[in-house]
Design a protein around this ligand. Structure first.
Ligand code: BES
Ligand code: ZN
Ligand code: ZN
Length: 480
């Protein structure tokens, strides 16, 4: 969507839809219409009428009963963009009343950008559709609004990259393809790129990634994207983002049931988040060093695949008994965490992973699951979450959950039994966190996919959940 911010409507101005946003409810309008209001469809508590023969939408933000005020603005911004698409129009105008703060502007625009994303490169009979245009008539505050718009567009570029990658079928995106896409992006955005081939991983003792990837004809790979600003702001805290990059997770020898297995093309959703966030961070030129680490593989059943009962010895000496080959994400993450700490000397690490069905069952698609034992970094992640509109909720890492990982023949096993699955996965990752490292684990298994259109998802598909949070966190690390 092309967006321009102007102070007043241009002379020859013919938008097809006009929008106004009101903080209150519809009571005022109901009286005017003597109670005869058109019934809004789902997620669209607005009033329609015509102004100068154009469709005019009035959004009453109080009517979005399920959302907090900031989210109501994002939803309203998104609905206005979706309406444009629904009526096959391309010219949208927003009239913002005086006194709209930059924060509120930001929330409305974020929703419009989120809702204008489409993934239709696999549709062969697509009507060519000119790029939609949004003109925001803002009155005053132009300079701040335009600067904020540029910031939001940088974040949106990263978010679209994340969603494109996650939506791409596994048949077209094997681990090396993902690495190649990241390498090209790094070149275009001024990030540095490095990768470890399967042979290097083998030699380096990255047993988790090597074992998980062994059942596939497509070799695993680990790669990094690094943002090194010309000048680092004094006091800025370096940040490391780690992503689970399972380009497909069939479960391995512990094969998953067929139902919904196709979603596992996006078991690299965490990796997509890290790549997208790194793109946005580069575009924003944040004055802080950020490195993204991705461990990519395919988890498939095969004669060469790793087996239940196998014991893996990791680079930090920990031995792990494999009791379920479908709990593979934690194994590739363990290697990425060791690489980040030992080789890259990272001390503040946040990982993004579609890690457990248990987290999805606990929190649904509303909250990202957060597991951590690092109070300061955890507080920063919550701040970033609140500002970005992506919600995170903590699941407890009580020491008693750790007991569930006990193995009879190795240090730990890779599953913790039927209960508290997100917590045992969190504890497993902590086996690979060394003294002095701050660490937050974010489980996006409940939020990585939208099963139907709604809120600001214009079509079902991958959401890029975590990208906005990751960029907000990097912004915060650059200023604190
Ligand atoms: N990638 C899955 C988790 C997942 C499931 C993400 C559904 C998104 C939607 C992960 O690798 C997995 O299979 N986890 C198992 C772990 C279990 C075997 C301990 C799970 O959650 O069932
Ligand atoms: Zn799995
Ligand atoms: Zn997985």
């Amino acid at each position: 969507m092309r967006i321009t911010v102007v102070s007043e409507a241009p002379k020859k101005f013919e938008p097809e839809i006009l929008c106004r946003f009101y903080e209150g409810g519809r009571g005022y309008h109901k009286r005017q219409h003597r109670g005869r209001l058109p019934q809004p469809p789902e997620h669209t508590p607005f009033v329609t009428n015509a102004e100068h023969n154009r469709l005019a939408l009035r959004f009453y933000l109080d009517e979005y009963k399920s959302y907090e005020a900031d989210e109501a603005r994002r939803v309203a911004g998104g609905v206005s963009a979706r309406e444009l698409h629904r009526v096959s129009a391309t010219k949208l105008a927003w009239y913002l009343s005086g006194g709209v703060s930059v924060d509120k502007f930001s929330q409305l625009v974020t929703g419009a950008l989120l809702a204008s994303y489409r993934f239709d490169q696999y549709k062969s009979r697509l009507r060519p559709h000119p790029e939609p245009r949004l003109t925001i008539i803002a009155g005053s505050n132009l300079r701040e609004f335009r600067a904020e718009l540029r910031r939001l567009q940088a974040i949106d570029a990263g978010l679209c990259t994340a969603r494109d990658l996650a939506n791409t079928p596994a048949g077209d995106l094997a681990p090396l393809d993902l690495a190649e896409r990241a390498r090209q992006l790094a070149k275009a955005e001024g990030l540095s790129f490095r990768s470890l081939s399967a042979a290097q991983l083998q030699r380096g003792g990255y047993i988790g990634l090597t074992s998980v990837g062994r059942g596939s004809a497509h070799p695993p790979v680990m790669f990094t994207l690094t943002h090194t600003p010309p000048r680092v702001r004094k006091g800025a805290k370096p940040l490391c983002l780690v992503g689970k990059g399972l380009c497909f997770d069939a479960g391995g020898i512990n094969l998953k049931p067929w139902d919904g297995m196709w979603d596992m093309k996006a078991d690299m959703g965490g990796a997509a988040v890290v790549i997208g966030a790194m793109q946005a961070i580069a575009r924003l030129k944040l004055p802080v060093r950020v490195v993204g680490v991705i461990a990519a593989a395919e988890n498939l059943p095969d004669g060469k695949a790793y087996l239940p009962g196998d014991v893996l010895r990791f680079r930090n000496g920990r031995t792990v008994e494999i009791q379920n080959t479908d709990a593979e994400g934690r194994l590739v993450l363990a290697d990425a965490l060791l690489y980040a700490q030992r080789t890259l000397k990272q001390k503040r690490i946040v990982d993004f992973a579609t890690l457990t069905g248990a987290c999805a069952r606990a929190l649904g698609s509303v909250y990202i699951g957060l597991l951590s034992r690092s109070p300061q970094l955890k507080a920063d992640v919550f701040d970033a979450a609140n500002g970005s509109g992506e919600l995170a909720w903590e699941l407890p890492l009580h020491p008693e959950y750790r007991e569930l990982l006990k193995s009879t023949i190795a240090d730990v096993r890779n599953i913790g039994g039927p209960l508290a699955g997100a917590q045992t996965a969190g504890w497993f990752l902590h086996e690979f966190i060394e003294d002095g490292t701050e660490f937050v684990h974010l489980d996006v298994a409940g939020t990585f996919v939208a099963k139907k259109r709604g809120k600001y998802w214009s079509q079902p598909g991958m959401t890029g959940s975590g990208t906005r949070l990751a960029v907000a966190l990097a912004e915060l690390c650059a200023t604190r």
